[in-house]
Design a protein around this ligand. Sequence first.
Ligand code: IPM
Ligand code: MG
Length: 359
Amino acid sequence: MDRVLLLPGDGIGPEVTEQARRVLEAVAPRFGLRLSFEEERIGGISIDERGTPLADLVVEKARASRAVLLGAVGGPKWDAEPVDRRPEKGLLRIRKALGLYANLRPASVFAALADASPLRPEIVEGIDLLVVRELTGGLYFGEPRGRALVQGRREARNTMVYDEVEIARIARTAFEAARLRRRHVTHVHKQNVLEVSQLWVEVVEEVAKDHPDVTLAHQLVDSCAMLLVKEPRRFDVIVTENLFGDILSDEAAMITGSLGMLPSASLGEGGLGLYEPVHGSAPDIAGRDIANPLAAILSAAMLFEHSLAAPEAAAAVRGAVAAVLDAGKRTGDLVLPGEGRPTLGCRAMGDAVLAALGA
Ligand code: IPM
Ligand code: MG
């Protein structure tokens, strides 16, 4: 029996996680897997109930699980909190506590959605890239950090810091992922300004020597942002530090059609993985059953693949999502303004995926 810890979180997190759980439950037994589920709190709801965005017992439960499926955290209710007590801190803390340094964010285009992209179909067709984002270092965690009053002026500070071990391990993740794909890694940096990026270039080059079958390019982050819109097909694996990866993965998601489609996996040295949709808590549409559950469902597919060693189960889920889209089914976010196409709600989209799975 493999235990999955559900952390639905805030906003649309609970609705989309529920659909992903249904898919996990339906698919697992067909591939000889037995799953048990437990649910816990993270983010704003945890602040409200426990006074902290992430209680230690939740970290313990995560450690005792095979995988964690997370929804989203945050919302306007907690916006006034200082950084240290915000819902987002719960997410950052669990990533760090579980040592999940490698964040995989695949962005590819489902054929049926090529026209949902804000870019022209001929630019979008065939996009298939993987952002490998470093997740436990850089500006998000660097010390010193904080605010101060210096000579009567408010001042704030964050520190971008990486050591070579942190860079080498995420670079290896990227090169190994590339070996299962088109064997090309693009390292994204700002080495014309940042010493941290210069160290990244050095260490990534060293790791590249152990992977002579994979080609490597270095790309400045600003130019990468531009090329993602101009020629997204040129990218296979993009590896980069935490903040650049945060920004570029939203961009990569959007060019494929909708942020509502992009799944992610966060992995560390052990077998434990955390899976979450890249989209946020979308408080404006929460509780209205209109959110797109497909990013959460595709995150469940990644869970099958990376934590349960069940690639066929993952393929079945992805196939069902593609079939549903091919059949013209859409949630509101996948319909362009003026298109006038009828849309499905969150639960109905979950039903459609289950039906395509024959469940
Ligand atoms: C993401 C999110 C988080 C991040 C926030 C919610 C802290 O934007 O997973 O991309 O910046 O990592
Ligand atoms: Mg983000």
